[in-house]
Design a binder for this molecule. Structure first.
Ligand SMILES: Cc1cc2nc3c(=O)[nH]c(=O)nc-3n(C[C@H](O)[C@H](O)[C@H](O)COP(=O)(O)OP(=O)(O)OC[C@H]3O[C@@H](n4cnc5c(N)ncnc54)[C@H](O)[C@@H]3O)c2cc1C
Length: 392
């Protein structure tokens, strides 16, 4: 704890990475503020559900003393996966297997919605740890520490800054010159609310779990959420410039439906349920990753975790798990007695994080390519059967 004695720690970004880190540091007596751009904790959290892995996301929650809260809020069965072809023919279905809760076993990847995960982490923090409506726009060096500048014109100071501000991090450039590389795949993400009513056929098909629909180099992934909504994301190979030049108004579901019919020509009409709702909010997400060999010279008072450090496509389900593992390893380094100074502790964290991120990014890129290849279904089924036989 000595390294953080009398130090003010500022975490920028209250996503899973930043909040996990704040909790772990507070358990070790550190003085921490989290600056988050969202206006309040009640802002609706979009996005799919998250499966947590035993050696990363779940391990961090265990160390944070939050496993009981997790078990009260996770969604049994939401991890069950179905694979279909483009005509919605089911080729693989985990719902046919007996569901067993198996906490502690590597293959068990329980799912939790983003909203409940954020609520659990927020409830575990000391009062007023998170400062809402603080959109960081820049940093400047200040008497051995940092001055944080926010969009609303206010400033805050800190001795140590940790960027947990996601894929479009404003902190990253103060740590490294590395820039994200386009993966070749662009996603369109959306959520259908009251899905039993607004997308009844797909709601039934998804059975409270996830559907991976694969065909002609495209993917469509749906997941049921606890609030009765169905979140989904398409994945197609597109030029990087398509995100800027498509000419589509992503607020107009008619335009999205027309785009989907053209882009997913030959797919069953059942999938159109996702695009036929006036209230669906669409987000365009070109997918980036950080160079596998990225490295930098450690600075004494600033670092990055989670997507800010190693954004990657979601096709191996590792992003949130990596963010929470970063939080755990960074906290262990900052509170260990073995490092003589902050820079040494940050250096150790960054070395292990970069090596781990490189391996996981490589795996994710392999999986991204496999899911968007000619023989995506047969390759995925082969991968599942080799896992069942105990291989990797
Ligand atoms: C469609 C989709 C599906 C996914 N599915 C999965 C999955 O199944 N499993 C998985 O492991 N991962 C998945 N991911 C990836 C996962 O969401 C991320 O890897 C994870 O959320 C990263 O956590 P983080 O805390 O680093 O960043 P984020 O979750 O991005 O959190 C960053 C936080 O910082 C805040 N912020 C950003 N900029 C600023 C600023 N300038 N000032 C202040 N605050 C700021 C944001 O509001 C946010 O709260 C998916 C991603 C997408 C897009």
């Amino acid at each position: 704890m000595n390294l953080l004695q009398d130090k003010q720690v500022a975490i920028v970004g209250g996503g899973p990475g930043g909040l996990t880190l704040a909790r772990l540091l507070q358990l070790n007596g550190a003085v921490v503020k989290v600056y988050e751009r969202d206006l309040s904790p009640e802002v609706r959290i979009q996005g799919s559900t998250l499966d947590l892995h035993v050696d990363s996301g779940l391990k961090a929650l265990e160390k944070a003393g939050l496993m009981n809260a997790f078990k009260e809020n996770y969604r049994p069965g939401a991890d069950l996966l179905m694979v279909t072809d483009q005509y919605a023919n089911v080729v693989y279905d985990q719902h046919e297997e007996v569901y067993e809760e198996a906490f502690g076993e590597a293959h068990f990847r329980p799912e939790i919605d983003r909203g409940p995960l954020r609520r659990i982490l927020l409830a575990s923090l000391e009062k007023e740890t998170v400062v809402w409506n603080k959109y960081l726009i820049s940093l400047s060096e200040n008497e051995g520490g940092w001055l944080l500048q926010f969009k609303d014109g206010t400033v805050a100071s800190a001795d140590l800054v940790i960027g947990a501000d996601g894929a479009n991090s404003k902190i990253r450039k103060f740590v490294t010159d590395s820039t994200p590389v386009y993966s070749g795949v662009t996603m369109v993400e959306g959520t259908v609310y009251e899905a039993a009513k607004n997308a009844p056929l797909l709601w039934e098909l998804t059975k409270g779990g996830k559907v991976f629909a694969l065909g002609n180099h495209r993917t469509l992934i749906t997941s049921a959420k606890g609030d009765g909504s169905l979140s989904f994301y398409t994945g197609c190979k597109k030029e990087e410039s398509w995100a800027k030049n498509s000419g589509i108004d992503f607020n107009d579901h008619h335009q999205l439906l027309n785009w989907f019919r053209e882009e997913y020509a030959g797919w069953d009409v059942i999938w159109e349920e996702l695009f036929n709702n006036i209230h669906t909010h669409f987000i365009l997400r070109p997918q980036y990753y950080m160079p596998l060999d990225q490295t930098w010279v450690t600075r004494p008072n600033i670092t990055i975790i989670g997507d800010a450090a190693h954004v990657m496509p979601p096709y191996a389900g590792e992003g949130v798990n990596m963010a929470m593992k970063d939080a755990l390893e960074l906290c262990e380094c900052l509170t260990s007695e073995i490092f003589p100074d902050l820079r040494s502790a940050l250096k150790h964290y960054e070395q292990q994080m970069l090596a781990r991120a490189s391996a996981v990014t490589q795996m994710t890129l392999t999986s991204t390519a496999m899911l968007h290849a000619d023989d995506s279904i047969s390759n995925l089924l082969k991968m599942f059967s080799s896992e069942e036989e105990g291989g990797e």
